[in-house]
Design a protein around this ligand. Structure first.
Ligand SMILES: C[S@@+](CC[C@H](N)C(=O)[O-])C[C@H]1O[C@@H](n2cnc3c(N)ncnc32)[C@H](O)[C@@H]1O
Length: 214
């Protein structure tokens, strides 16, 4: 861990992270990598996460999770890690990708999930996914999302973030591998994007703590 700090407000957090985002753009040019254009995007936003990303997150943060719902599980790259640790409660996805409960549109779920929610959500409208996840859990339960660091910026997301400050943002210092359609062999170059784990604890209204992990 390079540093751990508490920032004074969500506004300050945006400023602090701007610096990091500039770095991302620099790396982006150097690596000659490209972000996904609309045309290139997989239709239902299927980008499988390297399971190591979750192993590192769980090991380094020591975060305590219970009865976790992986609500956009894809082929189960994250769900299998949770399952191996006895943390998985449910895995579901809109599409049948051979894992978990299929044809399950997360937005149609109206029940309160008695546990935590964790996923790498579809990027199309990640904020809507986060909001719905928060609506689905009880006070004190966690919503954990792996998303680009750019989630912290933007006029549209600002009111959401101010109303729902994440308790922690763990920035990944290494470029994680998220493979389109789970083609890990084909897409084995480091990502052009910087990712972070966003941890909400429903009801938390304090200051966000920003941390760096491997
Ligand atoms: C970025 S991929 C992540 C897959 C998996 N969580 C992982 O990390 O390997 C997003 C997944 O969300 C699923 N998805 C998209 N819209 C959804 C919805 N409304 N409800 C449930 N799953 C959805 C897609 O089918 C895709 O598998």
């Amino acid at each position: 861990m390079l540093y751990a700090g508490t920032v004074n407000s969500a506004e300050t957090l945006f400023e602090k992270l701007k610096e990091k985002m500039k770095m991302s753009k620099g790396d982006f040019t150097t690596l000659g990598a490209s972000a996904h254009s609309k045309e290139e995007r997989e239709e239902n936003d299927f980008y499988a996460t390297d399971p190591k990303a979750l192993e590192i997150f769980l090991d380094e943060t020591g975060i305590e999770l219970r009865n976790v719902w992986e609500c956009a599980c894809g082929e189960g790259h994250l769900a299998k890690v949770l399952d191996a640790r006895g943390l998985l409660g449910r895995a579901s996805d809109l599409i049948d990708r051979g894992y978990g409960v299929t044809e399950s549109n997360f937005y149609y779920s109206s029940e309160i999930w008695e546990g935590d929610i964790l996923t790498n959500p579809p990027y199309g409208d990640a904020m809507k996914f986060c909001q719905h996840a928060l609506d689905c859990v009880d006070e004190g339960s966690k919503v954990v999302m792996l998303m680009r660091i750019q989630f912290l910026e933007g006029q549209r997301r600002k009111p959401f973030l101010l109303a729902n400050p994440p308790k922690y943002v763990y920035v990944s210092s290494s470029r994680l591998l998220l493979a389109k359609n789970a083609y890990f062999v084909k897409y084995n170059t480091p990502s052009a994007n910087c990712y972070a784990w966003y941890v909400w604890e429903k009801g938390f209204k304090g200051e966000t703590t920003l941390r760096n992990e491997t």
